[in-house]
Design a binder for this molecule. Structure first.
Ligand code: C5J
Length: 230
């Protein structure tokens, strides 16, 4: 039985990124209310969460494109158990003492699984059959089933999007690169509270010949060339 692989060639930096459609997954990182809407963790840390609004629209377009290609899709949420047993002091003791992880905020307890703030923004709710990974750390491979689920699916290439670029997105992309995945970050489907950190992250990823991976805008994916021979 022959399993044809359909390859797409994408104009990316530092050079063309070739992805095998049947072996590529999208990893959408932490597009949840706690980071994107007022009253959540991002805002409690003193950030302007309004900076992330445009990225929600592009991330949704990317999601639609990946769904149309029939790709495996994994959505992550950063959230802790109600008793915070999976939140070490090194993480808990971050941010304003007035509103830390586990404290009650306007969207429920900050970064606690099951609370309104820990849920996805409405535009980016997973569809049935898509993977939902709840992660206690910044990297989505740490203390989750993501690695084994991707392995079972035969995935070799990963597209990344989500927030925030230099924290959970970059950490996960580096974890993925160490695990052997060929990674591309979709430039306009990721955002940071700090524009200079986003630009620095994109530059770091694709520097030195793509030391962590590739970057490209969504339009480059939408304009990809198909090549069945790879
Ligand atoms: C942060 C994340 N910024 N999802 N988490 O603490 O990037």
């Amino acid at each position: 039985m022959s399993h044809t692989i359909h390859w797409l060639e994408i104009d990316a930096q530092p050079h063309t990124y070739k992805l095998p459609l049947e072996k590529t997954a999208l990893v959408m990182i932490d597009m949840q209310r706690d980071f994107i809407q007022p009253g959540g963790f991002g805002a409690a840390l003193g950030n302007d969460v309004g900076r992330l609004a445009d990225t929600v629209k592009v991330a949704r377009q990317l999601l639609d494109w990946c769904r149309a290609q029939g790709m495996l899709i994994a959505h992550t949420r950063e959230a802790h158990a109600a008793d915070l047993s999976d939140c070490p002091p090194a993480k808990l003791n971050r941010g304003s003492p007035a509103l830390k992880i586990g404290d009650a905020g306007p969207m429920g307890r900050i970064l606690v699984d099951g609370e309104a703030g820990s849920d996805f923004v409405p535009e980016l709710v997973p569809l049935p059959g898509e993977l939902e990974i709840v992660k206690p750390g910044k990297g989505a491979f740490y203390a989750t089933e993501l690695g084994s689920l991707l392995q079972q699916s035969g995935v070799t290439h990963l597209l990344f999007a989500g927030v925030t670029t230099e924290v959970c997105v970059q950490t996960t992309m580096r974890e993925a690169n160490d695990r052997g995945y060929e990674c591309l970050l979709v430039e306009d489907a990721t955002e940071s509270y700090f524009p200079e950190f986003k630009q620095a992250t994109l530059a770091m990823i694709r520097s030195q010949g793509g030391i962590v991976g590739w970057t490209a805008p969504l339009s480059a994916l939408q304009g990809a060339r198909e090549n069945v021979h790879g």
